[in-house]
Design a protein around this ligand. Structure first.
Ligand code: GLU
Ligand code: MG
Length: 455
C-alpha cells in the first residue's frame, strides 16, 4: 500500500507542486484535474469533484443530453488517483501524474468509469486462469508549433524519406529528450522511427498487463506532448492528419497466457498458427471485429482511415504477418522467443478510450477462446485488390464505413454491448451520434482538421 502522506512529502521535497489526475473520455480525449501536492493525502481517498456530464462530452466539447442516464447538468462524481501509477513527469518537473478512476460520491463504483470496465474484463480473464499482455504502438505527425505555412496548413517538422535516420535528425533534440523522459516516466519503449507518412513518427511501447498498458498509453501522450512543446513542435495523434495521407494507427498487440504459457505461440502441428486456445482468441476477435472496431476506432476520421491499401485494415479477415489485415498474427520464432507471438489489432487509434479498447478486445478474445471460435484460413494478400466477386466468394466483408453501420455493429453484438454495460453504452452511443451529426454537413477535410489536435 502506498502511503499518500509520505508520497506527498517526498514529491514536495523534490519540487513537485501539483498532481495531474488524468482519465480518458468516450472520445479518447484525455481530461484531467490538477491538485496541489499537499492535498494528495485527502484526494487519494476522497477524490476530487468532476461533473457527470464529462461522460457525454463529444469530440468537440459539446455536451449531448440525448442519453437518459445523464440528461441534465446536475451531478458530480469523484476522480480518485491510482497512486500505484503516480509518476513524476520528467518533461514537466513541477508536476506529477496519476491515472484516475471515477467513483460515485458515496464511494461505490460508477458505471461510466471506463477504467473500471477494463478492470472487470481483466478479472473475468483471471477467473478463467488467463492473463492478458497488451502493448500499444503510437503513430503521430510532428509539426512546427509556430505559424502555419502560407497555405494555412501547419508546417511539417521534417521532410525526408520514410524510415530514414536523416528524417529524425531534424527533430534530434526532441527525440533524445523524449526517449529520456519516457524512460524516467517508467514507459518502456521497444523502438521509435520515422514512419511512412509525411513527418510521421512511431513509438512502440513494451507489453504489460492491460490496465498498465492503457495507463501508459495516456502517460506516453502526456510525455510526447511535453517534449514536443519544449522543442517548438506539436504532435498530432488524430486518426488522420490529412484526408489523403496514411493515417495514425494506434495498433494494439495482445497475447493471452495460462500458467505462464503464451497461448498464441505456434501450435505443435502447424507452426504458423496458434494452437486451439490461441485460434479461439483470434476467432473471437475476428467474429466480433466490426463491434470491436466501433470501440477501438470509433470516430468519424477513424472510419475514413480504415480504407484498403493503407495498412490500416478495411475488411474483416486475419492474416499471418499480413500488414493489410486488421488482425495480424505475429509469429514467435527461435530467435525472438515463442513468447513474441501476439495478435495485432490495426483497427485502433487515438480516438478510442484506451481502457474501453482493451476491454473490448479482451471480451471478444475470451469469448472466442471459451467457445473455440474458428477464425478460418488466414488471408495473405490484400483483398482490397480483389474484385467484389472474389471477396464475396471468400466471404470477406467490409468493416463498417459509416457511423450508422458502426452503431449497428456494436448494438448487434450482445457480447460487446454487455462489456460496456447499459449506462455506459448509452452514453457512448449518444456521443458517437453527436459527433456524426456534427460531421454530417462538413467536408472530410474540415472534419479531419477539426480532430487534429484533440488527442
Ligand atoms: N499508418 C498505418 C495505419 O494507419 C499503419 C502503418 C504500419 O503498418 O505501421 O494504421
Ligand atoms: Mg506503424
Amino acid at each position: 500500500m502506498v502511503d499518500a502522506g509520505t508520497l506527498a512529502s517526498e514529491l514536495a521535497a523534490d519540487g513537485v507542486v501539483g498532481v495531474s489526475i488524468t482519465w480518458a473520455d468516450n472520445n479518447g480525449i484525455p481530461r484531467s484535474r490538477t491538485v496541489p501536492v499537499a492535498s494528495l493525502p485527502q484526494v487519494a481517498t476522497r477524490g476530487v469533484g468532476v461533473s457527470t456530464v464529462l461522460a457525454v462530452f463529444d469530440t468537440h466539447d459539446a455536451i449531448t443530453f440525448a442519453h437518459q442516464g445523464i440528461a441534465t447538468p446536475s451531478g458530480d462524481v469523484r476522480l480518485v488517483p491510482d497512486l500505484r501509477g503516480l509518476t513524476r513527469l520528467a518533461g514537466q518537473p513541477a508536476l506529477a501524474w496519476a491515472p484516475g478512476r471515477q467513483i460515485a460520491v458515496d464511494g461505490s463504483p460508477w458505471p461510466y468509469d471506463q477504467r473500471g470496465v477494463l478492470e472487470a474484463q481483466v478479472e473475468a480473464a483471471a477467473a478463467e486462469g488467463l492473463e492478458i499482455r497488451a502493448g500499444y504502438e503510437m503513430e503521430f505527425v510532428l509539426t512546427q508549433a509556430g505559424d502555419p505555412d502560407p497555405g494555412g496548413e501547419p508546417r511539417l517538422a521534417y521532410h525526408a524519406p520514410a524510415y530514414s535516420p536523416h528524417a529524425l535528425l531534424a527533430v534530434d533534440e526532441f527525440v533524445a529528450d523524449l526517449l529520456a523522459d519516457l524512460a524516467a516516466n517508467g514507459v518502456p519503449v521497444h523502438q521509435l522511427h520515422a514512419e511512412y507518412g509525411p513527418a510521421q513518427v512511431e513509438l512502440s511501447i513494451v507489453a504489460a498487463d492491460p490496465v498498465t498498458a492503457a495507463d501508459r498509453q495516456l502517460l506516453a501522450r502526456q510525455t510526447i506532448h511535453a517534449a514536443a512543446r519544449a522543442h517548438g513542435l506539436r504532435a498530432c495523434f488524430a486518426p488522420l492528419f490529412t484526408a489523403a495521407d496514411v493515417g495514425n494507427g494506434w495498433h494494439l498487440h495482445t497475447s493471452v497466457w495460462r500458467d505462464g504459457r503464451n497461448l498464441l505461440v505456434g501450435g505443435a502441428t502447424s507452426g504458423d498458427r496458434p494452437g486451439p486456445d490461441g485460434m479461439g482468441w483470434l476467432g473471437g476477435l475476428l467474429r466480433d471485429l466490426p463491434a470491436v472496431a466501433a470501440i477501438t476506432a470509433p470516430s468519424v476520421p477513424s472510419l475514413a482511415r480504415l480504407r484498403p491499401g493503407y495498412f490500416a485494415g478495411a475488411y474483416q479477415f486475419w492474416g499471418v504477418e499480413n500488414r493489410e489485415a486488421p488482425l495480424r498474427y505475429v509469429l514467435g520464432s527461435e530467435l525472438l522467443g515463442a513468447d513474441h507471438a501476439n495478435v495485432e489489432l490495426k483497427v485502433s487509434d487515438a480516438s478510442a478510450n484506451p481502457y474501453l479498447a482493451l476491454a473490448a478486445v479482451i471480451a471478444a478474445g475470451l469469448a472466442g477462446l471459451r467457445e473455440r471460435a474458428d477464425p478460418g484460413e488466414p488471408v495473405q494478400a490484400d483483398p482490397g485488390r480483389w474484385s467484389e466477386q472474389e471477396r464475396e466468394a471468400r466471404g470477406l466483408h467490409r468493416l463498417p464505413t459509416t457511423p450508422a453501420e458502426q452503431e449497428e455493429a456494436l448494438t448487434g453484438s450482445k457480447r460487446l454491448a454487455a462489456v460496456l454495460g447499459e449506462p455506459l453504452l448509452g452514453a457512448f452511443l449518444a456521443v458517437r451520434r453527436s459527433d456524426a451529426a456534427w460531421a454530417a454537413d462538413r467536408s472530410l477535410d474540415d472534419v479531419v482538421a477539426a480532430h487534429r489536435w484533440r488527442y
